[in-house]
Design a protein around this ligand. Sequence first.
Ligand SMILES: C[S@@+](CC[C@H](N)C(=O)[O-])C[C@H]1O[C@@H](n2cnc3c(N)ncnc32)[C@H](O)[C@@H]1O
Ligand SMILES: [Zn+2]
Length: 382
Amino acid sequence: MSLVRIEEGSALVEVPKKIVEHITERNEVFYNPAMAVNRDLTVLLLRVFVREKDRPIKVAEPLAASAIRSIRILKEVPNVEKVYINDISLDALKYAKRNLELNRIAPARVEIWNEDANVFLLKTKYFDYIDIDPFGTPVDFLDATAKALAHRGVTGITATDTAPLSATYPKTCLRRYFAKPIENEFYHEVGLRILIKKIAEFFFQYDIPIEVLFSYSYLHHFRVFVKRYRGARRVDEIMKTSIGYLLYCHKCLYRGTIPFDRLRELDTTCPVCGHKLDFAGPLWVGKLWNEQYVEGMLEELTNIRHQKETEKLLKVIREESRLQTVGFYTLSALGKAFKLPSLPRKKDVLKVLRGVPTHFSGEGFRTNLDHKEVIERIKALV
Ligand SMILES: C[S@@+](CC[C@H](N)C(=O)[O-])C[C@H]1O[C@@H](n2cnc3c(N)ncnc32)[C@H](O)[C@@H]1O
Ligand SMILES: [Zn+2]
Protein backbone atom coordinates (compact mmCIF):
# COMPACT_ATOMS: atom_id res chain seq x y z
CA MET A 1 0.00 0.00 0.00
CA SER A 2 1.40 3.40 -0.88
CA LEU A 3 2.00 5.69 2.05
CA VAL A 4 2.12 9.47 2.35
CA ARG A 5 4.20 11.37 4.85
CA ILE A 6 2.43 14.15 6.67
CA GLU A 7 3.95 16.81 8.84
CA GLU A 8 1.76 18.45 11.43
CA GLY A 9 3.01 20.44 14.40
CA SER A 10 6.25 18.68 15.33
CA ALA A 11 4.98 15.25 14.28
CA LEU A 12 5.79 13.36 11.13
CA VAL A 13 3.46 10.49 10.31
CA GLU A 14 2.97 8.02 7.51
CA VAL A 15 -0.55 7.01 6.57
CA PRO A 16 -2.02 5.06 3.65
CA LYS A 17 -2.49 7.32 0.65
CA LYS A 18 -6.02 6.24 -0.16
CA ILE A 19 -7.11 7.28 3.32
CA VAL A 20 -5.93 10.86 2.97
CA GLU A 21 -7.46 11.19 -0.46
CA HIS A 22 -10.72 9.50 0.24
CA ILE A 23 -12.00 9.87 3.75
CA THR A 24 -14.94 7.68 4.62
CA GLU A 25 -15.96 5.91 7.75
CA ARG A 26 -15.45 2.47 6.21
CA ASN A 27 -11.95 3.48 5.30
CA GLU A 28 -11.17 4.05 8.98
CA VAL A 29 -9.91 7.60 8.99
CA PHE A 30 -6.29 7.53 10.00
CA TYR A 31 -5.61 11.12 9.17
CA ASN A 32 -8.15 13.82 8.54
CA PRO A 33 -6.37 17.05 7.57
CA ALA A 34 -9.32 19.17 8.78
CA MET A 35 -8.61 17.83 12.25
CA ALA A 36 -5.23 19.58 12.41
CA VAL A 37 -6.96 22.56 14.04
CA ASN A 38 -8.56 20.20 16.55
CA ARG A 39 -5.14 18.78 17.46
CA ASP A 40 -3.48 22.24 17.59
CA LEU A 41 -6.09 23.38 20.09
CA THR A 42 -5.62 20.21 22.12
CA VAL A 43 -1.88 20.80 22.40
CA LEU A 44 -2.42 24.47 23.29
CA LEU A 45 -4.97 23.65 25.98
CA LEU A 46 -2.74 20.95 27.46
CA ARG A 47 0.20 23.36 27.55
CA VAL A 48 -1.96 25.62 29.73
CA PHE A 49 -3.23 22.67 31.81
CA VAL A 50 0.26 21.40 32.72
CA ARG A 51 1.17 24.86 34.06
CA GLU A 52 -1.17 24.23 36.99
CA LYS A 53 0.18 20.74 37.74
CA ASP A 54 3.21 20.24 39.98
CA ARG A 55 3.82 16.71 38.69
CA PRO A 56 4.00 14.95 35.32
CA ILE A 57 0.64 14.01 33.79
CA LYS A 58 -0.73 10.70 32.52
CA VAL A 59 -2.63 10.85 29.23
CA ALA A 60 -4.96 8.44 27.38
CA GLU A 61 -5.94 8.35 23.73
CA PRO A 62 -8.53 5.54 23.58
CA LEU A 63 -9.28 6.05 19.84
CA ALA A 64 -5.80 6.77 18.57
CA ALA A 65 -5.75 5.71 14.87
CA SER A 66 -2.37 6.84 13.41
CA ALA A 67 -1.29 8.12 16.87
CA ILE A 68 -0.59 11.56 15.43
CA ARG A 69 -2.38 13.20 18.36
CA SER A 70 -0.46 11.22 20.97
CA ILE A 71 2.82 11.94 19.19
CA ARG A 72 2.07 15.65 19.16
CA ILE A 73 1.18 15.57 22.86
CA LEU A 74 4.42 13.69 23.67
CA LYS A 75 6.55 16.09 21.63
CA GLU A 76 4.77 19.40 22.20
CA VAL A 77 3.43 19.33 25.74
CA PRO A 78 5.96 19.54 28.59
CA ASN A 79 5.72 17.30 31.64
CA VAL A 80 3.86 14.41 30.04
CA GLU A 81 4.95 11.25 31.79
CA LYS A 82 3.22 8.67 29.64
CA VAL A 83 0.60 8.38 26.92
CA TYR A 84 -1.59 5.28 26.72
CA ILE A 85 -2.44 4.64 23.08
CA ASN A 86 -5.39 2.41 22.27
CA ASP A 87 -7.31 1.42 19.15
CA ILE A 88 -9.67 -1.44 18.42
CA SER A 89 -8.13 -1.87 14.97
CA LEU A 90 -4.88 -3.81 14.73
CA ASP A 91 -4.29 -2.21 11.37
CA ALA A 92 -4.44 1.26 12.95
CA LEU A 93 -2.01 0.16 15.66
CA LYS A 94 0.44 -1.08 13.02
CA TYR A 95 0.68 2.49 11.68
CA ALA A 96 0.64 3.96 15.19
CA LYS A 97 3.72 1.88 16.11
CA ARG A 98 5.57 2.84 12.92
CA ASN A 99 4.79 6.50 13.56
CA LEU A 100 6.02 6.34 17.15
CA GLU A 101 9.33 4.94 15.84
CA LEU A 102 9.48 7.49 13.06
CA ASN A 103 9.22 10.23 15.68
CA ARG A 104 11.76 8.56 17.96
CA ILE A 105 9.41 8.38 20.91
CA ALA A 106 11.08 6.46 23.74
CA PRO A 107 9.15 3.18 24.25
CA ALA A 108 9.02 3.85 28.01
CA ARG A 109 6.85 6.91 27.38
CA VAL A 110 4.00 4.97 25.77
CA GLU A 111 1.83 1.97 26.43
CA ILE A 112 -0.03 0.41 23.52
CA TRP A 113 -3.40 -1.27 23.96
CA ASN A 114 -5.75 -3.07 21.59
CA GLU A 115 -9.13 -3.07 23.31
CA ASP A 116 -12.52 -1.56 22.99
CA ALA A 117 -12.04 2.03 24.21
CA ASN A 118 -14.34 1.55 27.22
CA VAL A 119 -12.64 -1.64 28.37
CA PHE A 120 -9.28 0.04 27.93
CA LEU A 121 -10.29 3.09 30.01
CA LEU A 122 -11.71 1.03 32.87
CA LYS A 123 -8.69 -1.27 32.97
CA THR A 124 -6.09 1.49 32.95
CA LYS A 125 -7.67 4.36 34.94
CA TYR A 126 -6.96 7.05 36.22
CA PHE A 127 -5.82 9.68 33.74
CA ASP A 128 -5.12 13.41 33.99
CA TYR A 129 -6.16 13.85 30.38
CA ILE A 130 -8.41 11.68 28.18
CA ASP A 131 -8.96 12.46 24.51
CA ILE A 132 -12.15 11.14 22.92
CA ASP A 133 -12.07 11.49 19.15
CA PRO A 134 -14.44 9.00 17.51
CA PHE A 135 -16.24 8.82 14.19
CA GLY A 136 -19.62 10.41 14.85
CA THR A 137 -21.03 10.66 18.33
CA PRO A 138 -18.89 10.35 21.48
CA VAL A 139 -21.81 9.09 23.62
CA ASP A 140 -20.52 5.49 23.60
CA PHE A 141 -17.45 6.57 25.52
CA LEU A 142 -18.75 9.10 28.04
CA ASP A 143 -19.48 6.75 30.93
CA ALA A 144 -16.01 5.19 30.96
CA THR A 145 -14.44 8.64 30.52
CA ALA A 146 -16.30 9.98 33.57
CA LYS A 147 -15.09 6.95 35.55
CA ALA A 148 -11.48 7.02 34.36
CA LEU A 149 -10.72 10.72 34.71
CA ALA A 150 -8.57 11.63 37.73
CA HIS A 151 -9.61 14.36 40.17
CA ARG A 152 -8.90 17.74 38.54
CA GLY A 153 -8.35 15.92 35.26
CA VAL A 154 -9.44 17.21 31.85
CA THR A 155 -11.12 15.48 28.93
CA GLY A 156 -11.28 16.73 25.34
CA ILE A 157 -14.29 15.35 23.45
CA THR A 158 -15.04 15.58 19.72
CA ALA A 159 -18.45 15.05 18.13
CA THR A 160 -18.79 14.86 14.36
CA ASP A 161 -22.51 14.10 14.41
CA THR A 162 -23.29 17.78 14.06
CA ALA A 163 -26.38 17.16 11.88
CA PRO A 164 -28.57 15.69 14.65
CA LEU A 165 -27.27 18.21 17.18
CA SER A 166 -27.97 21.06 14.79
CA ALA A 167 -31.60 20.10 14.13
CA THR A 168 -31.19 18.40 10.73
CA TYR A 169 -32.26 15.14 12.42
CA PRO A 170 -34.17 16.24 15.53
CA LYS A 171 -35.44 12.75 16.38
CA THR A 172 -31.90 11.40 16.45
CA CYS A 173 -30.92 14.28 18.72
CA LEU A 174 -33.79 13.47 21.10
CA ARG A 175 -32.88 9.79 21.21
CA ARG A 176 -29.15 10.23 21.45
CA TYR A 177 -28.85 13.38 23.54
CA PHE A 178 -32.26 13.53 25.24
CA ALA A 179 -32.70 17.13 24.17
CA LYS A 180 -34.60 19.06 21.54
CA PRO A 181 -32.48 21.04 19.05
CA ILE A 182 -33.83 24.09 17.22
CA GLU A 183 -33.70 25.56 13.73
CA ASN A 184 -32.67 29.15 14.20
CA GLU A 185 -29.70 31.43 13.45
CA PHE A 186 -27.60 29.94 16.28
CA TYR A 187 -28.57 26.26 15.86
CA HIS A 188 -24.88 25.20 16.02
CA GLU A 189 -24.38 26.90 19.37
CA VAL A 190 -27.49 25.10 20.60
CA GLY A 191 -26.01 21.81 19.31
CA LEU A 192 -22.75 22.41 21.17
CA ARG A 193 -24.69 23.23 24.35
CA ILE A 194 -26.74 20.04 24.01
CA LEU A 195 -23.54 18.03 23.65
CA ILE A 196 -22.13 19.66 26.81
CA LYS A 197 -25.36 18.87 28.69
CA LYS A 198 -24.98 15.23 27.70
CA ILE A 199 -21.34 15.12 28.82
CA ALA A 200 -22.29 16.84 32.10
CA GLU A 201 -24.96 14.22 32.85
CA PHE A 202 -22.43 11.40 32.85
CA PHE A 203 -20.31 13.23 35.41
CA PHE A 204 -23.16 14.62 37.52
CA GLN A 205 -24.74 11.19 38.05
CA TYR A 206 -21.57 10.21 39.90
CA ASP A 207 -21.59 13.46 41.97
CA ILE A 208 -18.74 14.88 39.87
CA PRO A 209 -18.92 18.62 39.06
CA ILE A 210 -17.43 19.90 35.81
CA GLU A 211 -16.24 23.17 34.36
CA VAL A 212 -16.12 23.89 30.63
CA LEU A 213 -12.61 25.15 29.87
CA PHE A 214 -12.98 25.57 26.13
CA SER A 215 -15.40 24.60 23.37
CA TYR A 216 -16.01 25.39 19.72
CA SER A 217 -17.61 24.40 16.44
CA TYR A 218 -15.37 24.13 13.37
CA LEU A 219 -16.26 22.76 9.94
CA HIS A 220 -17.88 19.41 10.68
CA HIS A 221 -17.09 18.93 14.31
CA PHE A 222 -17.85 20.16 17.80
CA ARG A 223 -15.23 19.98 20.51
CA VAL A 224 -15.50 20.41 24.27
CA PHE A 225 -12.84 20.39 26.99
CA VAL A 226 -14.10 19.92 30.54
CA LYS A 227 -12.32 19.72 33.86
CA ARG A 228 -13.66 17.61 36.69
CA TYR A 229 -13.78 18.42 40.37
CA ARG A 230 -15.38 16.87 43.48
CA GLY A 231 -18.55 17.40 45.49
CA ALA A 232 -22.25 16.61 45.12
CA ARG A 233 -23.21 20.03 46.46
CA ARG A 234 -21.18 21.70 43.77
CA VAL A 235 -23.05 19.59 41.19
CA ASP A 236 -26.34 20.90 42.64
CA GLU A 237 -25.12 24.48 42.23
CA ILE A 238 -23.95 23.92 38.65
CA MET A 239 -27.25 22.28 37.74
CA LYS A 240 -29.11 25.35 39.00
CA THR A 241 -26.99 27.85 37.09
CA SER A 242 -25.88 25.93 34.03
CA ILE A 243 -28.55 23.46 32.93
CA GLY A 244 -31.76 24.87 31.49
CA TYR A 245 -33.89 25.46 28.44
CA LEU A 246 -33.63 28.02 25.67
CA LEU A 247 -36.85 29.92 24.88
CA TYR A 248 -36.98 31.39 21.40
CA CYS A 249 -39.40 33.45 19.32
CA HIS A 250 -39.24 32.64 15.60
CA LYS A 251 -41.11 35.88 14.83
CA CYS A 252 -39.08 38.59 16.60
CA LEU A 253 -35.95 36.51 17.48
CA TYR A 254 -36.41 37.05 21.22
CA ARG A 255 -34.35 34.56 23.21
CA GLY A 256 -34.24 33.77 26.90
CA THR A 257 -33.37 30.87 29.19
CA ILE A 258 -35.13 29.19 32.06
CA PRO A 259 -33.32 27.05 34.64
CA PHE A 260 -34.02 23.34 34.55
CA ASP A 261 -35.72 23.32 37.97
CA ARG A 262 -37.94 26.38 37.43
CA LEU A 263 -40.19 25.20 34.64
CA ARG A 264 -43.29 26.03 36.65
CA GLU A 265 -42.47 29.70 36.05
CA LEU A 266 -42.52 29.16 32.30
CA ASP A 267 -44.56 31.56 30.20
CA THR A 268 -44.84 30.36 26.61
CA THR A 269 -45.79 33.76 25.18
CA CYS A 270 -43.06 35.98 23.72
CA PRO A 271 -42.63 38.94 26.11
CA VAL A 272 -41.70 41.18 23.18
CA CYS A 273 -44.22 40.40 20.39
CA GLY A 274 -46.77 38.04 21.94
CA HIS A 275 -46.03 35.17 19.51
CA LYS A 276 -45.88 31.60 20.88
CA LEU A 277 -42.37 30.70 22.04
CA ASP A 278 -40.45 27.65 20.84
CA PHE A 279 -37.84 25.93 23.03
CA ALA A 280 -34.65 23.87 22.87
CA GLY A 281 -33.00 21.67 25.46
CA PRO A 282 -32.38 20.74 28.11
CA LEU A 283 -28.96 22.18 27.41
CA TRP A 284 -25.91 23.77 28.99
CA VAL A 285 -26.64 27.46 29.62
CA GLY A 286 -23.37 28.05 31.50
CA LYS A 287 -20.09 29.41 30.20
CA LEU A 288 -18.50 27.99 27.06
CA TRP A 289 -15.01 29.26 27.90
CA ASN A 290 -12.72 29.84 30.85
CA GLU A 291 -11.15 33.21 29.92
CA GLN A 292 -7.80 32.42 31.60
CA TYR A 293 -7.51 29.30 29.50
CA VAL A 294 -8.30 31.22 26.33
CA GLU A 295 -5.61 33.80 27.18
CA GLY A 296 -3.14 31.06 28.06
CA MET A 297 -3.78 29.23 24.79
CA LEU A 298 -3.13 32.44 22.85
CA GLU A 299 0.14 32.93 24.73
CA GLU A 300 1.15 29.36 23.86
CA LEU A 301 0.59 29.90 20.12
CA THR A 302 4.13 31.16 19.69
CA ASN A 303 5.49 27.92 21.15
CA ILE A 304 4.03 25.47 18.64
CA ARG A 305 3.77 25.11 14.89
CA HIS A 306 0.11 25.61 14.12
CA GLN A 307 -2.41 26.14 11.35
CA LYS A 308 -3.34 29.72 10.45
CA GLU A 309 -6.96 28.75 11.08
CA THR A 310 -6.18 27.82 14.68
CA GLU A 311 -4.90 31.31 15.41
CA LYS A 312 -7.86 32.92 13.65
CA LEU A 313 -10.34 30.84 15.61
CA LEU A 314 -8.65 31.52 18.95
CA LYS A 315 -8.55 35.27 18.36
CA VAL A 316 -12.28 35.41 17.64
CA ILE A 317 -13.01 33.24 20.68
CA ARG A 318 -10.97 35.61 22.87
CA GLU A 319 -13.33 38.43 21.84
CA GLU A 320 -16.36 36.22 22.07
CA SER A 321 -15.57 34.94 25.56
CA ARG A 322 -15.98 38.48 26.93
CA LEU A 323 -19.76 38.19 26.48
CA GLN A 324 -20.87 34.67 27.23
CA THR A 325 -24.51 35.06 26.26
CA VAL A 326 -26.73 32.12 25.33
CA GLY A 327 -27.32 32.66 21.62
CA PHE A 328 -26.18 35.34 19.22
CA TYR A 329 -27.70 37.45 16.43
CA THR A 330 -26.96 37.36 12.71
CA LEU A 331 -27.47 40.23 10.31
CA SER A 332 -29.43 38.14 7.83
CA ALA A 333 -31.87 36.81 10.47
CA LEU A 334 -32.46 40.34 11.75
CA GLY A 335 -32.90 41.61 8.19
CA LYS A 336 -35.46 38.91 7.43
CA ALA A 337 -37.41 39.17 10.70
CA PHE A 338 -37.72 42.96 10.54
CA LYS A 339 -37.85 43.31 6.73
CA LEU A 340 -34.92 45.70 6.80
CA PRO A 341 -34.39 47.45 3.42
CA SER A 342 -30.64 46.79 3.70
CA LEU A 343 -28.28 45.16 6.16
CA PRO A 344 -26.13 47.38 8.39
CA ARG A 345 -22.37 46.86 8.37
CA LYS A 346 -21.15 44.44 11.04
CA LYS A 347 -18.53 46.94 12.18
CA ASP A 348 -21.24 49.53 12.90
CA VAL A 349 -23.45 46.97 14.59
CA LEU A 350 -20.67 45.87 16.95
CA LYS A 351 -20.08 49.49 17.92
CA VAL A 352 -23.71 50.46 18.42
CA LEU A 353 -24.60 47.29 20.32
CA ARG A 354 -21.31 47.06 22.25
CA GLY A 355 -21.10 43.61 20.66
CA VAL A 356 -18.44 41.01 20.02
CA PRO A 357 -18.03 38.69 17.02
CA THR A 358 -18.71 34.96 17.27
CA HIS A 359 -16.69 32.09 15.81
CA PHE A 360 -19.95 30.25 15.02
CA SER A 361 -20.85 32.60 12.17
CA GLY A 362 -19.04 35.26 10.20
CA GLU A 363 -22.10 37.50 10.19
CA GLY A 364 -22.95 36.77 13.84
CA PHE A 365 -22.40 38.84 16.96
CA ARG A 366 -23.15 38.71 20.67
CA THR A 367 -24.45 41.51 22.79
CA ASN A 368 -25.80 41.64 26.31
CA LEU A 369 -28.21 44.46 25.55
CA ASP A 370 -31.88 43.75 26.10
CA HIS A 371 -33.62 42.25 23.04
CA LYS A 372 -35.92 45.26 22.53
CA GLU A 373 -32.91 47.56 22.67
CA VAL A 374 -31.13 45.45 20.04
CA ILE A 375 -34.07 45.73 17.63
CA GLU A 376 -34.41 49.49 18.14
CA ARG A 377 -30.72 50.19 17.62
CA ILE A 378 -30.52 47.94 14.53
CA LYS A 379 -33.56 49.63 12.97
CA ALA A 380 -31.98 53.03 13.64
CA LEU A 381 -28.85 51.94 11.75
CA VAL A 382 -30.52 51.25 8.37
C1 LIG B 1 -11.53 9.39 14.12
S1 LIG B 1 -10.37 8.12 14.39
C2 LIG B 1 -9.28 8.78 15.58
C3 LIG B 1 -8.37 9.87 15.06
C4 LIG B 1 -7.27 10.28 15.98
N1 LIG B 1 -7.72 10.51 17.35
C5 LIG B 1 -6.55 11.52 15.45
O1 LIG B 1 -6.48 12.56 16.12
O2 LIG B 1 -6.03 11.44 14.31
C6 LIG B 1 -11.28 6.92 15.29
C7 LIG B 1 -10.52 5.63 15.62
O3 LIG B 1 -11.30 4.94 16.59
C8 LIG B 1 -11.15 3.54 16.39
N2 LIG B 1 -12.31 2.90 17.05
C9 LIG B 1 -13.60 2.88 16.65
N3 LIG B 1 -14.38 2.27 17.58
C10 LIG B 1 -13.57 1.94 18.61
C11 LIG B 1 -13.77 1.34 19.88
N4 LIG B 1 -14.98 0.94 20.27
N5 LIG B 1 -12.71 1.18 20.69
C12 LIG B 1 -11.47 1.57 20.31
N6 LIG B 1 -11.21 2.14 19.11
C13 LIG B 1 -12.24 2.32 18.28
C14 LIG B 1 -11.07 3.37 14.90
O4 LIG B 1 -10.37 2.18 14.58
C15 LIG B 1 -10.31 4.66 14.48
O5 LIG B 1 -8.95 4.39 14.34
ZN1 LIG C 1 -41.43 37.57 19.71
